[in-house]
Design a protein. Structure first.
Length: 498
């Protein structure tokens, strides 16, 4: 792979440290399989398993639910690959890339917003991992630990909270190991997780003598169904939620593609790993849950609850281990690297990857993640769609800036200098900040309605909110292009710096 000179010359010491400097070619070890394994490791987790289940709960049949998941991930693969390009070409992480469009100081806005969402996801995944441990203890103790009284304020009992904190502490220990350990973790976890997923599917098929009634249950939106004619009203916000599921990584994917050996490695690795694995595990979630209706008399969507019913001994231990590996591989890669890099970007002299990881872990507790998962409605339409309304405009601005305006040509040295071409107005590119703010506004009324803050809004606002990520992405990117042109921006000549 050939490309620009990745050696920094006289960078501002307040804008660089070893964690966010450009990664030289000699230090890049991520192949196609490494990138694909990264995605397998991140995709195979309890929230992915439950995604299609949430859509069925909203009225879809299994095929509609799985296809919605697949389509959403095919859509988000586009910005994922596009934003991965500058990471591989220049070896820079997301917060540094954002300096080109938002400014040296303005880059803190998108990177810290992405970081806060990651902290929320870190908490959710930690709750899932803690729940798996709780289920194991419940089986071993032979007592109903769920019957314990809930703690005040928290809304969960002491045993649940202790398991949550135990899994949290395990991840804090792993944060010590650094970014390269993530590649090793994902590469080792990926084949194991695929085998375990297929084994679970086989168990369900054999135990239920088929996959059960759910796969033959018609959609509630079909002719004569209880919600006939309402399919599109549910499909579009659900599709937006599926895009929103990985809208986070579509921004900070440079944090990983900067370690890819070539553009081919990052493009093929992501194309192989993301949509295929998401679709497979969405189907496994639906099929296994359908089988539990036959086996146990009621659908069990949460695999952490399922493992508690599958029997004792080796089965439970192996199930727990698989869930723990799945949750660890997702959480450390998807929800620690981004906020850690964002916090490093705030003050590279004082903040390291480990410190950023510790802060992430602390915020993951503070958000009370179990509250976000109380219902599929709040999870899909409030959490997933809500943050996609914030991240969509950022993705649009990044892609328009890098591909449309700059034609993939960045001044690498300028990304690490306060007096370089990305200083803008006191370090803030007002065009990007204004475009971002305006692009978020149309989704605010719909979000407040879904979140329960407003009792009602005009139908137009709910309709716009159903397309939150798409509205934000297109509006943010379009406005940014217009504002940059109005300020006299001229694209650099190929092979030169801006």
């Amino acid at each position: 792979m050939s490309g620009p000179d990745l050696e920094l010359h006289d960078p501002d010491p307040g804008l660089v440290n070893d964690d966010i400097r450009p990664v030289p070619l000699a230090e890049r070890h991520w192949s196609v399989m490494s990138m694909a394994s990264l995605w397998v490791g991140m995709v195979v987790c309890v929230p992915t398993y439950m995604l299609a289940g949430g859509l069925i709960d909203q009225g879809m049949n299994w095929a509609q639910a799985v296809l919605t998941v697949m389509l959403g991930n095919v859509v988000v693969l586009g910005p994922m690959i596009l934003n991965g390009h500058p990471g591989t070409k220049y070896g820079v992480p997301f917060p540094v890339l954002a300096r080109a469009s938002f400014g040296i100081n303005g880059a803190h806005v998108p990177s810290l917003m992405r970081a806060l969402v990651a902290c929320g996801w870190f908490g959710i995944q930690t709750w899932v991992g803690g729940s798996a441990i709780f289920q194991l203890l419940d089986v071993i103790a032979g007592a109903d630990l769920t019957a314990l009284a809930d703690l005040p304020v928290l809304g969960i009992n002491a045993a649940e909270f202790a398991c949550f904190l135990g899994f949290w502490a395990l991840q804090v220990l792993i944060i010590h190991r650094g970014v390269e350990s993530i590649r090793l973790l994902e590469s080792a976890a990926a084949p194991f997780l695929i085998v375990m997923g297929l084994a679970l599917l086989s168990w369900a098929y054999l135990a239920a003598d088929g996959f059960g009634p759910m796969l033959s249950t018609p959609s509630q939106f079909a002719e004569g169904g209880p919600r006939e004619g309402e399919f599109w009203q549910v499909f579009f916000p659900s599709l937006t939620a599926m895009v929103g599921f990985w809208a986070t990584l579509s921004l900070n994917i440079p944090d990983f593609t900067r370690y890819a050996r070539s553009q081919r490695d990052q493009v093929l690795g992501q194309a192989i790993g993301l949509p295929t694995t998401m679709t497979l595990f969405a189907f496994i979630g639906v099929a296994v849950t359908s089988a539990t209706t036959v086996i146990y008399g009621a659908p069990i969507w949460d695999p952490t609850l399922l493992l508690g019913k599958m029997g004792g001994g080796v089965t439970v231990v192996l199930s727990l281990f698989a869930l723990t590996v799945a949750t660890l591989s997702t959480n450390i890669a998807a929800n620690v690297v981004s906020p850690a890099n964002a916090m490093i970007n705030v003050n590279p002299r004082k903040i390291s990857f480990r410190i950023g990881g510790y802060v992430t872990a602390g915020l993951g507790i503070a958000i009370f993640p179990w509250k976000l998962l109380e219902s599929t409605g709040s999870y899909i339409f409030t959490w997933l769609v809500g943050y996609s309304a914030l991240l969509g405009p950022i993705g649009g601005i990044l892609i328009v800036d890098y591909f449309v305006l700059r034609r993939t040509e960045l001044d690498l040295q300028g990304l690490y200098q306060r007096t370089g071409p990305y200083r803008y107005y006191k370090g803030f590119n007002l065009a990007a900040l204004i475009a971002f703010a305006i692009a978020v506004v149309p989704n605010v009324p719909g979000f407040l309605h879904v979140a329960g803050v407003l009792d009602s809004v005009a139908q137009i606002w709910d309709t716009i909110y159903a397309y939150a990520w798409f509205v934000g992405f297109l509006l943010g990117g379009g406005l940014y292009w217009i504002l940059m042109k109005l300020t006299g921006f001229e694209a650099p000549a190929k092979g030169t710096t801006p």
